[in-house]
Design a protein around this ligand. Structure first.
Ligand SMILES: [Zn+2]
Length: 123
């Protein structure tokens, strides 16, 4: 009884193997070229995509990253084009315009340069 069951199990496993082989041969005969072309395409994509990504990223960085100095404290740092950012050194709010950082002045705030005047010259 037990051996009979085992034989049946073996047979069904063999049948399953044959069916798998038939399925593979059928796929290869029908779409073998298609499968091969798809495989080569995916392989090419895996190789080419990182190269394109690398050069694309370099191009993007070159056209969008701005390195300049803070107009307030002259600390040199990098920022992204068309963005507002804070100077890491003095905390001044800055905007990137024409590859240079410009101070974002609030309404009513006027930029002035302090000039040291010697007291003896005035008298
Ligand atoms: Zn600064």
């Amino acid at each position: 009884m037990y051996s009979n069951n085992f034989k049946q199990l073996n047979l069904s496993a063999g049948v399953r193997q044959i069916l798998w082989l038939l399925l593979i041969f059928w796929l290869l005969s029908i779409g073998g070229g298609f499968l091969l072309r798809g495989f080569v395409f995916i392989l090419g994509l895996i190789i080419v995509a990182p190269v394109i990504g690398f050069f694309g990223l370099q191009w993007w960085l070159r056209s969008n990253v701005v390195q300049s100095e803070c107009p307030v404290c002259q600390h040199e740092f990098t920022g992204l084009k068309n963005q507002t950012l804070d100077c890491p050194s003095c905390g001044e709010s800055l905007q990137v315009n024409d590859k240079k950082f410009q101070r974002i002045a609030q309404d009513g705030v006027i930029d002035i340069d302090a000039v040291e005047v010697n007291a003896s010259v005035v008298e």
